[in-house]
Design a protein around this ligand. Structure first.
Ligand code: SF4
Length: 307
């Protein structure tokens, strides 16, 4: 069992604040120990061709959809943006011919995206729209929405671009925690619900759209609370699955004969941070006490202490 519980120095502060994104939630649900390695211990992850390729496609799509033009920008805008924003980090050790094949594949995907969407192009309300808000006590939800679309009725639709090889079925889209998070974020950002949400699988060229009413945001909030509770409780069990093959932390993972997390090392780092904070707080307390004593006398300080 892998768990870590460090006593809170400030017992009045309530549960520790958590900043969660969809990606963090998804990582925790996939494997709690992977979450711990990545977001608590902050072990470095290797850049991969898939991730670099996906982020290059995202960058090109953002440039194209964000053009505030009455008609669709030409396909060259997409292709130039791909060249401009190509993320080479995941291809560093790859032979040149293979890298070129990935690049050509990205060009083909973007050409097909253009052919599919240019005839009914409407500039995005926003691309990569950042949000952060408190969804429950001490839980801040952060992230960015790939594409906020304008609907014919003047409302908004929300699109997330996916670079998976295959499209997912409608029931997957309806149950998407990510889209539920974005629907909640839309209310925070614009004060109204989206009319629909969609996953656009850009590689096969399939967009699966569902009405907002088919997304269960209450269930999403319950999931987020439950994940937050488990993270705060230090529940970081390994959850082996077929996805372990893509995990950067197999070398450290006890499920693969690794040593597991460096629990004492992480505890020491957090202890140092909390002690520095405590020292800063004590210095400020002394300053404020001196000020109050100077202006109001010692009695005022006795009253504060009694609180
Ligand atoms: S190798 Fe598998 S079980 Fe281990 S941390 Fe990674 S995803 Fe979890």
């Amino acid at each position: 069992m892998t768990s870590l519980s460090i006593p809170e120095i400030d017992q009045q502060a309530g549960p520790p604040r958590l900043r969660l994104s969809y990606s963090r939630l998804d990582t925790y649900e996939t494997c709690p120990l992977k979450y711990r390695f990545g977001y608590v211990d902050r072990l470095p992850a290797e850049p991969s061709p898939e991730l670099s390729w996906g982020s290059s496609i995202h960058a090109a799509l953002e440039v194209w959809w964000d053009q505030k033009l009455p008609t669709a920008p030409p396909v060259e805008v997409l292709l130039d943006a791909l060249y401009e924003h190509w993320d080479d980090s995941g291809f560093a050790t790859m032979p040149r011919e293979q890298k070129v094949a990935w690049y050509r594949h990205a060009q083909d995907v973007l050409r097909r995206h253009h052919a599919r969407h240019a005839p009914a192009f409407v500039p995005a309300v926003a691309c990569e729209q950042w949000f952060e808000f408190e969804i429950a006590e001490g839980i801040e939800l952060v992230g960015s929405i790939d594409h906020v679309a304008r609907t014919p009725d003047g409302g908004i639709g929300i699109v997330d671009w996916k670079t998976n090889r295959k499209a997912k079925p409608r029931r997957y889209v309806e149950g998407s925690l990510q889209l539920a998070v974005y629907a909640l974020a839309a209310v925070e950002l614009w004060g109204s619900e989206p009319e629909w949400v969609a996953l656009d699988f850009v590689v096969p060229g399939v967009r699966v759209t569902v009405p907002r009413a088919d997304i269960d945001t209450q269930a999403a909030v319950a999931t987020i609370r439950s994940v937050a509770d488990e993270i705060r409780a230090g529940a970081f069990e390994p959850r082996p699955s077929r996805l372990c093959g893509w995990c950067d932390y197999r070398g450290e993972c006890p499920a693969f004969d690794g040593d597991g997390p460096d629990v004492p090392g992480t505890a020491l780092v957090e202890l140092q941070r909390l002690r520095r904070r405590q020292a800063r707080d004590q210095a400020r307390i002394a300053e404020l006490e001196a000020l109050v004593r100077d202006r109001l006398g010692d009695d005022a300080l006795v009253e504060v202490a009694a609180d």
